[in-house]
Design a protein around this ligand. Structure first.
Ligand SMILES: Nc1ncnc2c1ncn2[C@@H]1O[C@H](COP(=O)(O)OP(=O)(O)OP(=O)(O)O)[C@@H](O)[C@H]1O
Length: 331
């Protein structure tokens, strides 16, 4: 197999803190193939941005290595400065220059090319992001989504070997975000750009990435494609974090042998002959169907998708059976 385009090897990053230092990235490794779109997914504060900052060269590493196209960029006792890494970046505040028009913003990173070459490249990337007719507009004349496209065009213009994107759509409304996520994936594919994205939004990660690393407290718990994370989460944290479902003691749903089990909302089905008894706490309509929040006999809470004909109401009791195919057990 060919060497990955980006390799993070046992990376450790710490910030100064009262009485010493606080490790926020702790033994993190990943490999990204050329042309692949990777994503770090995790809750606020788990260290995602810090990983990107270490790759970009804004944060020194305490241990481990950052290697891009076979070139060592960071290790504990040496680092290549950010401006010599040729890595493209797009951050959540997209920081466009307000006094430059769209063409000026996009052309900013294209010093060293002739005027004609610059102009041609600006036109090319603006067409790519669907803003071919807005080259003369100023950032304040554009919508949030358009500004974000300009930021993307600016990051792509120098054809960086690697593009880092930190919560690129977090300032946008949900419709624009979903639309742009799909568009971003298409553009990255068209240009063959290798990218590493950071987000706390699972839908965004699923829509864009080929491989997703679920992070918790500075580590990657599992690095896999979206289907694998959903169907075969590696541990209870990933199981609870990805998709809907509850991680319960196996005995709570009648399974022998101990351990815990991930119960997705379609794995418990109302059945008068079922052996699992629950109290209905709440029923919510979530178009197209209804969802019931149940309390099992041992007090565990679990969410269940209700069939159209199920007559469940808050305050009533319900018998259910467990659909055992596709269950994920942790022992
Ligand atoms: N410059 C800094 N100095 C000290 N602590 C920092 C610094 N930057 C980040 N931290 C801390 O490091 C931890 C990880 O922060 P980081 O921004 O990497 O997380 P994140 O997962 O990207 O979160 P968010 O989604 O909220 O940006 C947090 O607890 C944060 O408070």
């Amino acid at each position: 197999m060919s060497a990955p385009l980006l390799a993070l090897e046992d990376l450790r990053v710490a910030y100064p803190a009262a009485g010493g230092e606080r490790v926020v990235v702790d033994g993190l490794s990943l490999a990204l193939e050329r042309g692949a779109i990777g994503c770090l997914l995790g809750a606020s504060g788990c260290g995602k941005t810090t990983v990107l900052r270490a790759i970009a060269g804004f944060e020194p590493v305490r241990a481990g290595r950052v290697v891009l196209v076979g070139r060592e960029l960071s290790r504990a006792d040496a680092m290549v400065p950010p401006e010599q890494r040729a890595i493209g970046m797009m951050f959540q505040d997209y920081a466009l220059f307000p006094h430059l028009d769209v063409a000026g913003n996009v052309g900013f990173g294209l010093a060293g090319r002739s005027r004609a070459q610059r102009r041609a490249r600006i036109d090319e990337v603006l067409a790519l992001v669907g803003l071919g007719d807005r080259a003369g507009a100023y950032p304040h004349e554009l919508s949030g989504g358009q500004q974000q496209r300009v930021a993307l065009a600016r990051a792509l213009a120098p054809s960086p070997p690697l593009l880092l994107l930190d919560e690129p759509f977090s300032n946008l409304d949900i419709d624009t975000r979903e639309h742009l996520a799909a568009e971003l994936r298409t553009i990255l594919r068209q240009t063959g750009t290798t990218a590493l994205l950071v987000t706390h939004d699972q839908a965004e990660a699923f829509a864009i990435a080929d491989a997703i690393g679920v992070m918790d407290r500075g580590r990657i718990l599992q690095w896999a494609d979206a289907q694998t994370l959903y169907a075969r989460p590696a541990d209870p944290f990933v199981a609870g974090f990805i998709g809907r479902g509850s991680v319960l003691a196996a005995g709570a749903v009648g399974l022998a042998g101990g351990g815990t089990v991930l119960v997705r909302p379609d794995r418990l089905v109302p059945d008068p002959a079922g052996a699992i008894h629950a109290e209905v706490m709440e029923v919510t309509f979530r178009g197209p169907g209804r969802v019931a929040l149940l309390r099992l006999a041992g007090g565990e809470r679990v969410e269940v998708d209700l069939p159209a004909d199920a007559a469940a109401q808050a305050g009533t009791r319900l018998a259910l059976r467990l659909v055992e195919t596709g269950l994920v057990l942790f022992r």
